[in-house]
Design a protein around this ligand. Structure first.
Ligand code: CTP
Length: 393
């Protein structure tokens, strides 16, 4: 991002305050940011705020003689590497789609020959309105990249999609567009499972596996960074959703299995989760200690990896994980054959891998075994994402 120039158009919505945080993030990653503030945007943040954060003049009017003499509005849009509209209001999107140029922001958007990225933010009903859908489809067809708004509670008290994604997620999209880096997994849909599952014994007790979810989340992030459409099915973990990743939270093996099933069809599935192997019939109310140790009736959970590998909707590439403590490679080889998956990523968990930041893995494929040197979980994830991109090419 060093020395890349972003022209940030701040529209009139309550999410305009997040544009301020975004300026800091963009600058921290090396970009220069020049801001254009619409008349609506100026009701939410001031030119002074944007000027102070960007350390650049802020442009607000098409008719500013001083601005026009120093840098004409056409030049303003041409000298940027990327035009970022954030927040993009329903009104701005409509004007962009129609080619209206009635203020500085919309004139720049019509005059630019650079990539345009829009981050919409609006009330859920406005986002779902047929007119907005039409405008978004039109803009996408015109080559504008539009970030899907996030879902959640809105400033107006309603709930649904329409919130501006967090600045970190917008930064990822900016980097994608500016990096020129090959988006090797663009257009590929990949399901990732991560974390443990919890199988209830009664309303307060569960059977669980040890798993922090860190490796699975890092893999989801690395795949998204290569442009994949990632659906992360996460068991109970205390981790933030990686930017650009769609997340489905589940608790039990059955819910995880159903969530994977609903995410199909997919080009690849990377099943990193430490799924509980057994469940018990859960008692409807709390078991009391005074009644003595409970007699638990154990049954096997659904084998998500095994059934996905054998399914008629099997993704082209199915990758399983094997956390082993003894004869790691032999066990993993046998597991690959038993589960019918393409690859197994095996690791020795007798040390400090669980919950730690580093991992040392062996990749077992039909061609043999590759043993990777110990590396951070993020590095292992990037290397694996590169291999997945090769396989899906
Ligand atoms: N897995 C799964 N569903 C299960 C259990 C495991 O999808 N019910 C997946 C895991 O996500 C992992 C792989 O299968 O990718 C290996 O899990 P593991 O528990 O090691 O396999 P098991 O067949 O249970 O073998 P073991 O006897 O070693 O526990």
């Amino acid at each position: 991002m060093q020395d890349r120039r972003v022209l940030l158009i701040v529209g009139g919505g309550i999410a305009a305050y997040k544009a301020c945080a975004l300026i800091r993030l963009l600058r921290k990653s090396g970009a220069t940011v020049r801001c254009v503030l619409t008349a609506g945007g100026a009701h939410f943040v001031t030119p002074m705020t944007l000027a102070a954060l960007s350390e650049q003049p802020v442009h607000t009017s098409l008719w500013d003689l001083k601005d026009e003499t120093e840098m004409g509005h056409i030049q303003l849009s041409r000298e940027a590497d990327l035009v970022l509209v954030c927040p993009a209001t329903a009104d701005l999107l409509a004007k962009m789609a129609a080619g209206i140029a009635d203020d500085l922001a919309t004139t720049l958007l019509l005059a630019t020959d650079k990539k345009v990225l829009a981050a919409p933010a609006m009330n859920v009903r406005m986002w779902r309105h047929e007119a907005t859908r039409r405008n978004v489809a039109r803009l996408r067809a015109d080559g504008v990249t539009i970030i899907e708004p996030a879902e959640g509670e809105m400033a107006c008290g309603e709930y649904g999609p329409g919130r501006l994604p967090e600045p970190e997620a917008i930064l990822v999209e900016v980097k994608k567009l500016l990096s020129g880096e090959e988006q090797r997994l663009a257009g590929k849909r990949i399901v990732v499972t991560a974390g443990p599952t919890h199988e209830p014994i009664d309303p307060v007790r569960v059977i669980a596996n040890r798993s922090s979810g860190k490796q699975g989340f890092a893999i989801a992030e690395a795949l998204a960074a290569l442009g994949a459409d990632v659906i992360l099915v996460a068991g109970p973990v205390a981790l933030a959703t990686p930017p650009g990743v769609g997340r489905v939270d589940v608790e039990t093996a059955r819910q995880m299995s159903e969530a994977v099933d609903s995410a199909l069809p997919a080009d690849a599935a990377i099943l990193v989760a430490a799924v509980a192997d057994w469940r018990v019939e859960a008692a409807p109310s709390k078991l009391k200690k005074a009644d003595g140790p409970p007699q638990l009736r154990w049954t096997e959970t659904e084998d998500i990896l095994g059934s996905l590998s054998a399914s008629s909707r099997r993704p082209k590439l199915v990758v399983g994980f094997a956390a082993e403590t003894d004869h790691v490679i032999d066990e993993a080889r046998a597991k690959r054959a038993r589960k019918g998956c393409d690859w197994i990523v095996a690791n020795d968990v007798s040390g400090d891998v669980m919950g730690g930041e580093a991992n040392e893995v062996h990749l077992i494929t039909a061609d043999g075994v590759e043993s990777w040197e110990r590396a951070s979980k993020a590095e292992v994830a990037r290397r694996l994402a590169g291999k997945i991109a090769d396989a899906l090419d």
